[in-house]
Design a protein around this ligand. Structure first.
Ligand SMILES: Cc1ncc(COP(=O)(O)O)c(C=O)c1O
Length: 362
């Protein structure tokens, strides 16, 4: 049985050594005689697993003691609502800034608007079909905002911030679902970072939230599951956490460390993205609609100058073991998602397939 190169936007490919280790530990986790899936979340062995995951994340991202690290459920989508619920104390008076760079930031804003209506758009690239990221000078920031929300990588449109916006004293809140741990960054520049795990961190079912401690506890009487302070007080064990997803997340973090940490992974991501963009830019056959300085290293959308060949491209690449390359329905064409776990060989195989396909059909 062969493995394919999986270019899915998420849930996405996991590192093979992680899957192998999970397989080896499946029936008997470290002499416990049971799988992690069958283990009490209060057991000593499991507590060591969740503590390890947190410590690894802290050390890989350089997260200081000023921040809580939470493992939540409900995906990044729940964070769209949980953030305003926790941070806004006066929904009639307070406001927050949203920078719109694609469908996910729009969805985040839409959810927040259900909690409080006074939301401002501080910048948007919608008028150019989200093909670029607004620059710092284009941001029309409100110094009184309770927070400013960005989506650091736009999974659908394939654009990415290559700078961290300066929002002054206003806490910067970032949805990093599709590029967390793919590049080095200074966590201290953020009030909150959140990410669904199923692209760069592990399987679906767990969402990582890194939040500055002074942002907790502003809102009394929230349902406990929606209250960051209550979650932090119980080390994400207020109820049964997604135990197996957190275990795999810990293994992925071990693997990232072995790759030279985030700096090592970043070099590899730059190399892989360059390889694919070079194939696209060197040809008149493939196009990527995005402005060069805003292009994502994680999600690379491209179309064909002969769009009638799109189905042929997808079926032939699929037969060659290069799967899930269909673009998002709102963009069309193809999208190659090359998250941290994508091996160089997968990118090379796709680059060669593209060159060969162009030779035959271009
Ligand atoms: C940038 C971004 N934010 C949010 C989401 C939604 O995540 P979830 O399915 O974990 O709610 C996604 C999913 O693809 C995403 O790419």
């Amino acid at each position: 049985m062969g493995r394919v190169y999986n270019f899915s936007a998420g849930p996405a490919a996991l590192p093979v050594p992680v899957l192998e280790r999970a397989r080896d530990e499946m029936l008997d986790y470290q002499g416990s005689g049971m799988s992690v899936m069958e283990m009490s979340h209060r057991s000593k062995k499991y507590l060591a697993i969740i503590e390890h995951a947190e410590q690894m994340l802290r050390s890989l991202m350089g997260i200081s003691a000023d921040y809580e690290v939470l493992f939540q459920q409900g995906g990044a989508t729940l964070q769209f609502a949980m953030l305003p619920m926790n941070l806004i104390t006066d929904p009639k008076e307070q406001t927050a800034d949203y920078i719109l760079t694609g469908s996910w930031s729009k969805k985040a804003m839409k959810e927040a608007k259900k909690i409080f209506s006074k939301i401002r758009v501080a910048a948007s690239s919608e008028e150019v079909a989200f093909t670029r990221i607004p620059t710092q000078t284009e941001l029309n920031l409100n110094p009184e905002a309770v927070y400013c929300h960005i989506t650091t990588n736009n999974t659908i449109y394939g654009t990415e911030y290559h700078y961290t916006p300066d929002t002054g004293k206003v806490p910067l809140v970032a949805d990093m679902s599709s590029n967390i741990l793919s590049r080095t960054l200074d966590v201290n520049r953020f009030g909150c970072i959140y990410a669904g795990a199923q692209k760069n961190l592990g399987p679906s079912g767990v969402t990582v939230v890194v939040i500055r401690k002074d942002l907790l506890g502003r809102q009394a009487n929230l349902p406990v599951m929606l209250d960051y302070k209550a979650q932090a007080a119980e080390q994400s064990m207020l109820n049964t956490p997604p135990t197996y997803a957190i275990y795999i997340l810990g293994l992925v973090l071990d693997w990232i460390k072995e790759q030279g940490g985030v700096a090592g992974i970043e070099q590899r991501n730059i190399r892989q993205a360059q390889r694919l963009y070079q194939v696209i830019d060197a040809s008149g056959f493939y196009q990527c609609p995005n402005q060069v300085d805003s292009r994502s290293r994680m999600n690379i959308p491209f179309t064909l100058s002969k769009p009638e060949l799109t189905e042929t491209f997808l079926s032939e690449s699929n037969k060659a073991g290069l799967v899930t390359l269909k673009g998002h329905r709102s963009v069309g064409g193809m999208r190659a998602s090359i998250y941290n776990a994508m091996p160089d060989e997968g990118v090379e195989a796709l680059a060669q397939f593209m060159t060969e396909f162009e030779r035959r059909h271009g």
